[in-house]
Design a protein around this ligand. Sequence first.
Ligand code: AMP
Ligand code: TRP
Length: 338
Amino acid sequence: MSRHKPLVFSGVQPTGNLHLGNYLGAIRNFVRLQQSYSCLYCVVDMHAITIWQEPQELRNATREVASAFIAAGVDPKAHIIFNQSQVAAHAELAWIFNCVARIGWLNRMTQFKDKAGSNREKASVGLYAYPNLMAADILAYRATHVPIGEDQTQHLELARDIAQKFNTDFGVPDFFPQPEALLQPEGARIMSLKDGTKKMSKSDPSDLSRINLNDDADAIAKKIRKARTDPEPLPATGKELESRPEARNLVGIYAALSDTAAGEVLQEFAGSEFSRFKGRLTDLCVAKLGPIGAEMKRLMADPAYVEGVLADGAARAHAIAAPIMTEVYDVVGFIRAR
Ligand code: AMP
Ligand code: TRP
């Protein structure tokens, strides 16, 4: 049995265009986890700059992600919302992990290969070392549970390897926990409204491919109306949706937003034309996302409040990480004033 207290840590990058996929795949889960865990939710601005960010946009996107957390229902008093760069432990522990992780481990990271593309020589060193910083995010608090999307499982595995190697190299068994992924069920993957085989993504050049969290009712209605479908009416079983990615995605969104299974949605809509289903889906999206979007707008108009939440969260995060960092420095052999 591990001596470590259950603690949730997760991060979202402030890189603009928060969308329905981010909400159903990540943020909504953050909200739910508050009931069973103490949670730290971090806007990872230091991860964002591994790829160029305009400073003014970075500031804005940082406030936007924090606003989305609050608007969706994360309680910044009961839990912690903060931005990464305000707590020095992240950078400090990341450096130590740069010296624990092996180049061979990082060479296997598929996200680096995807993001660096064909021109690896021009990628930032930070992009390469990104997973070490992510390990530091989690382990600076000895977090035990990490809600992530499928795409981050390899990074979490690396964090576990780093924790293990640190514990072994320095002869401190169980110093860092082995953090566990909290993965979302398969239906949580939301696809593009224009192509049911591609993930809904903030980097898709077509704004019609995604529903942004700050879209108003008209924008939501228009995007769902224009969403790609096929000519068949809705079937009675999920099996019949397997070869119909766009139909399957829209049914999946309906199921996720109404907290039911896709099968139940089909029971209700079997035989319906898409026009009818899309009308109902629009109503549901507007009912669920409208209040979140409106609250985000209100918060974005009050940057002093949002920055106050981040500063307060950072101070409380620092209070957790600082004594752990003191232990880390001692274990590593760094001299510090006592
Ligand atoms: P990203 O926008 O890629 O930085 O992702 C931020 C968080 O949202 C991560 O936890 C992702 O797994 C999640 N996410 C992003 N896009 C989707 C999507 N299309 N469907 C479900 N989850 C998503
Ligand atoms: N790399 C994650 C992503 O792009 C964000 C992230 C940074 C994170 N640090 C983290 C997620 C720590 C979980 C825990 O989605």
